[in-house]
Write a protein that binds this ligand. Structure first.
Ligand SMILES: O=C(O)CCC(=O)C(=O)O
Ligand SMILES: [Fe+2]
Length: 237
């Protein structure tokens, strides 16, 4: 789809640290993705992370990387011309796709605690989340996405209660087909899941010269965690 006002949207993204484009992707494509993801996970999927991580991070989500299994139907979003242009308007020339990660959460699971997807030690080293929603999220379903506007400029997430409410937080309830972009340094979390399940897909990307493993270490309010070694690399208290 064409996006006419890319420059204005990129500017808004850099002010807020996130951006919402309602109804960007067509609902048939979203239904197809949702079906494939539910088929993959089945009724009772096992967690991919160990118990210690699940408890300490208060993050109950199961990732799947469909493109790594040759499911090229997930390339449709990746190849969308408007999304590519907007990505370039935000990250500049030479940006690249990191990976496509589908995320599943069961009914009654905790969502995700406050985090930054990567360590904000340098402002120019970050990932860009390009999130696509395959079903409606509402107050009834839970699983809302909560962000702190402008927090991508505030440095490291503060230490504190892992799910505390911030007075300046914004609660987003994306609908099927919505596209949400989030800067990897922006403080964000996912509310507990009340509906039968929650699915989202993240087409992560990064600016030129960003290391490919930029999202290996994630910052929570109580720790820094390295996914490649499944280990806490820093306790925060
Ligand atoms: O699923 C969401 O709405 C957000 C997930 C998230 O925090 C991420 O992919 O980095
Ligand atoms: Fe995240």
């Amino acid at each position: 789809m064409a996006i006419l006002n890319q420059e204005a949207l990129a500017k808004q993204f850099w002010q807020e640290g996130y951006l919402v484009l309602s109804g960007y992707f067509n609902k048939e494509l979203m239904d197809q993705y949702n079906r494939i993801i539910l088929d993959h996970f089945g009724d009772d999927p096992a967690y991919a992370h160990d118990e210690h991580f699940l408890n300490k991070s208060q993050t109950e989500v199961i990732p799947w990387f469909p493109q790594q299994q040759g499911m090229d139907t997930f390339d449709t979003v990746e190849k969308d011309a408007g999304l590519k242009q907007l990505s370039e308007a935000i990250m500049g020339e030479g940006w690249y796709s990191l990976y496509c990660m589908a995320m599943f959460s069961r009914k009654g699971s905790k969502g995700q605690a406050w985090h930054q997807d990567c360590v904000p030690s340098k402002s120019g080293i970050y990932n860009l989340n390009r999130l696509v929603y395959t079903h409606d999220i509402s107050e009834a379903s839970g699983g809302q996405l909560i962000v702190v506007p402008g927090s991508h400029r505030r440095g490291e997430l503060t230490v504190g209660k892992v799910n505390e409410d911030f007075s300046d937080q914004r609660v987003l309830a994306p609908n099927k087909g919505d596209l949400v972009l989030i800067h990897g340094h922006c403080w964000h979390r996912v509310a507990p899941v009340e509906g039968t399940y929650r699915v989202s897909i993240n087409y992560r990307s990064a600016a030129q010269h960003t290391p490919k493993d930029v999202t290996d270490v994630c910052v929570y309010r109580n720790m820094r965690y390295r996914f490649s070694t499944n280990s806490v690399v820093e306790e925060r208290c």
